[in-house]
Design a protein around this ligand. Structure first.
Ligand code: BTN
Length: 251
C-alpha cells in the first residue's frame, strides 16, 4: 500500500501531530477545515495521496502530482490570540526551509509564504482561519520533475535541486519536527522566528514590486519587522506591509 510509505515517519511525529491519509481529495485544506468544524483536535495532519483541486493564494491552482509532491494540511488550535495566527505562515515557511536544510539543501524564504531553492519556488503555504481553528496547508515539490507551462520557469523541486530522489515521508517528518518547535514561538518568542527568517530572506536588499490592499508598491526591501511585516523603503518613506500579493523582484 502506498500509504505505508508514511507510517514509519508518522510514528515518530512529536505530540500532538498525527497523520490522516486520504486517497484522493479536492483540497486538503477543505478536508482539514471540515474536520475542524466537527471538533477534530489540534495537530491533525491531512495528507492527500492525490489532490485534484489544490489551491494556492489568491485562488490560484496548485499543482501537486500524486506520488511526487507532498500536499497536506495541518489543523491547528493555537493558544495564541487569533490576531497572531497569520504568523503561522512565517513559522511554517521557516520550518519548511529548516527541514530542507536538514536534508542537505539550501533554502530561502520569500516573504510572506514561499520557500525557494535558488531563484525558484519549491513550496507554498496557505493559512486559512476557521472560527476557532486554523488550517495550515503546505504544498512541497519533492520529486516533481515536470511542471505545467505556467510555472515551469519559476518552480523547482527537491529532486531537481538535489539531484536525487527524496523520501516524501522523511521530508514530511522533518517539516513536522521543525514546525512543532516554531509554532510555539508565534507569541512570546516570535523574534526568534523573525531572526531565522531574516537570515533566509531572499528579498532583502532587493528592489521589488508588490500588490497590496492599498495598491501597487515599488521599493527596496530592508528587512522584516519584529511583528512579521515586510519593511519596504519606497520614495514616500519606510512602509510596513502586513500582506502582499505578487511580490516580484525587479531587475
Ligand atoms: C501558494 O503558494 O499559493 C500556496 C500553495 C498551498 C498549496 C497547499 S497543497 C496542500 C494544501 N491544500 C490546498 O488546496 N492548498 C494547500
Amino acid at each position: 500500500m502506498i500509504s505505508e510509505e508514511f507510517h514509519p515517519a508518522a510514528a515518530g511525529f512529536p505530540e500532538p501531530f498525527r497523520l490522516l491519509i486520504r486517497e484522493s481529495v479536492e483540497s486538503t485544506n477543505d478536508e482539514a477545515r471540515q474536520l475542524g468544524e466537527v471538533g477534530a483536535a489540534d495537530g491533525l495532519i491531512v495528507l492527500a495521496l492525490r489532490q485534484t483541486l489544490g489551491r494556492g493564494r489568491r485562488g490560484a491552482a496548485w499543482f501537486s502530482p500524486s506520488g511526487e509532491a507532498l500536499a497536506f494540511s495541518i489543523l491547528l488550535r493555537p493558544s495564541a490570540p487569533k490576531s497572531l495566527w497569520p504568523r503561522l505562515a512565517l513559522a511554517a515557511g521557516l520550518a519548511v526551509a529548516e527541514a530542507l536544510e536538514s536534508l542537505g539543501l539550501e533554502a530561502g524564504i520569500k516573504w510572506p509564504n514561499d520557500v525557494w531553492i535558488g531563484q525558484r519556488k519549491v513550496a507554498g503555504i496557505l493559512v486559512e482561519a476557521g472560527a476557532d481553528f486554523a488550517v495550515l496547508g503546505i504544498g512541497l515539490n519533492v520529486n516533481v520533475t515536470e511542471f505545467p507551462k505556467e510555472v515551469s520557469e519559476i518552480a523547482t523541486s527537491l529532486q531537481l535541486a538535489g539531484g536525487h530522489l527524496f523520501s516524501r515521508a522523511e521530508v514530511l517528518g522533518e517539516v513536522i519536527r521543525h514546525f512543532s518547535r516554531r509554532r510555539c514561538q508565534i507569541e512570546q518568542d516570535f523574534s526568534e522566528v523573525i531572526a531565522a527568517v531574516e537570515l533566509r530572506c531572499v528579498l532583502r536588499g532587493k528592489r521589488v514590486s508588490l500588490i497590496t490592499a492599498s495598491g501597487p508598491k515599488i521599493g527596496v526591501v530592508v528587512g522584516i519587522a519584529p511583528t512579521g511585516e515586510l519593511l519596504l523603503q519606497t520614495d514616500q518613506g519606510l512602509e510596513r506591509l502586513l500582506q502582499a500579493d505578487e511580490v516580484r523582484i525587479l531587475g
